[in-house]
Ligand binder design. Structure first.
Ligand SMILES: Cc1ncc(COP(=O)(O)O)c(C=O)c1O
Length: 414
């Protein structure tokens, strides 16, 4: 993907972003309401009509013969859906298991490692200050009672190169570090972290590596084998635009034995074992509707058919334009250089320090703009998601609304 060249600290106010440099924004292809400016694809994604119909077709098929579907067809259908996803993310389908979301997939890993590695008093899990709150909690939940340190290394700007950031993070590895955990793309700061470099260095020191890839599928071309993380969890319902409830866990084959099932059911000591204990123990977690998983191949195919690399490049240009405009408007520095090795379709654009909750509420109530306003590391960001359906006019609307609202919402600490 092309990187956006920068003439100076910002893109320059004379940058012109054409409204439709690539394919026309595809709002009509999605089920989103017309009267909202939806700039928060990052939280829960949005599913194209076509993919959603395939999802519903699977549900109808299940409902037309539940026993035949869940009793006989489930295994082969899930195998196909795993293989299709595996091809897309550079992994073997039998090293992947679908989970409803990254939170559950990572809980399986976190609880397993605590018990089976095991984590004991004085050990350390090394993490960053950019991690998703629910998973910070999941780590704390297992670390605290064991006297294990969950160390969230503060990684603050300036960010110069991904390599420098990797080195900075790795310099915190200590004698009791057992696990390195980080996001591929972070939640509060929307940054790509140099996971491949960190994983390679950590593994060479004998550490276990766990990656939260909730935002990566669909935003970056994943090659899980090349990244080499011991455990990598992703979501398909965010940037791959699959239906909600479609996440996955990938585990390197050599490490699968460390995992315990999150839910113990028929797959543990199964009556008829399959070829993979990992799949047996993790795939069937009691009666459930697998339609979201089975629709993932349709989402992959949808993006392939709609020239997603061009859509991502156009999204990135619009995002870079927004960051640049807001930096000029509020006199703040962008968090990272405006290149796709730092972010792709989702960017944390700094705005003046302000009351994030009030700004977010007013954007929605007064302008129908849906966007997270985030307080992180003493800064305030508008986390802008640009997707196939986003127009530059919508981003301009956001910029105008922020110009009006932010000065009237001072930060509570002044
Ligand atoms: C970095 C990151 N990890 C994990 C999650 C959790 O995703 P889910 O709620 O689908 O489990 C999110 C959700 O936004 C996230 O941003």
């Amino acid at each position: 993907m092309n990187q956006i060249p920068s003439p100076g600290p910002y893109l320059g106010t004379d940058v012109v972003v054409p409204e439709h440099p690539g394919p026309r924004p595809m709002r009509g292809e999605f089920l989103l309401k017309e009267d909202v400016v939806f700039l928060n694809h990052g939280s829960f994604g949005a599913c194209p009509r076509e993919v959603f119909e395939i999802y519903q077709a699977w549900q109808r098929e299940l409902e037309s013969e539940p026993v035949g579907f869940l009793g006989r067809r489930y295994g082969p259908l899930m195998k196909q859906a795993r293989d299709d996803l595996g091809r897309h993310v550079g992994a073997h389908g039998d090293d992947l298991v679908y989970y409803p979301n990254a939170t559950q997939a990572l809980n399986a890993v976190i609880q397993s490692l605590a018990e089976n590695l095991p984590l004991t008093a004085g050990d350390e899990v090394l993490s960053t200050s950019h991690e998703y709150g629910a998973l910070d909690r999941a780590w704390t939940f297992v670390c605290e009672p064991r006297g294990v340190t969950y160390n969230r290394v503060p990684l603050d700007p300036p960010f110069t190169t991904p390599s420098e950031l990797a080195e900075r993070f790795l310099s915190h590895v200590g004698p009791r570090t057992r696990i390195v955990y980080l996001s591929d793309i972070t939640s509060p700061t929307a940054m790509r972290l140099p996971v491949a470099q960190v994983v390679a260095a950590a593994r060479s020191r004998g550490l276990v590596t766990v990656v939260d890839g909730a935002h990566a599928p669909g935003q970056v071309d994943l090659d899980l084998t090349a990244i080499g993380a011991d455990f990598y969890a992703g979501n398909c319902h965010k940037w791959l635009c699959a239906p909600k409830g479609s996440g996955f866990l990938h585990a390197r084959r050599e490490m699968q034995g460390l995992l315990r099932p999150l839910v113990v059911g028929h797959g543990w000591r199964p009556a008829n074992p399959g070829p993979s204990r990992f799949i047996d123990e993790h795939q069937w977690r009691g009666t459930h509707d697998p339609a979201a998983f089975l629709a993932v191949p349709a989402a992959i195919e949808y993006q392939a058919r709609h020239d997603w690399p061009t859509i991502r490049a156009r999204a990135h240009e619009i995002g870079a334009y927004a960051v640049d405009q807001l930096a000029g408007l509020f006199g703040v520095e962008p968090l990272t250089p405006p290149t796709t090795d730092w972010w792709v379709q989702m960017v944390a654009a700094p705005i003046a320090r302000s009351d994030a909750h009030k700004v977010g509420t007013r954007l929605y109530e007064e302008h129908k703009i849906v966007i997270p306003i985030i307080d992180w590391g003493g800064r305030t960001f508008a986390r802008i998601s640009v997707q196939a359906y986003t127009t530059k006019a919508e981003v301009d609307h956001l910029i105008d609304a922020l110009a009006e609202i932010v000065p009237t919402c001072p930060h509570p600490e002044g």
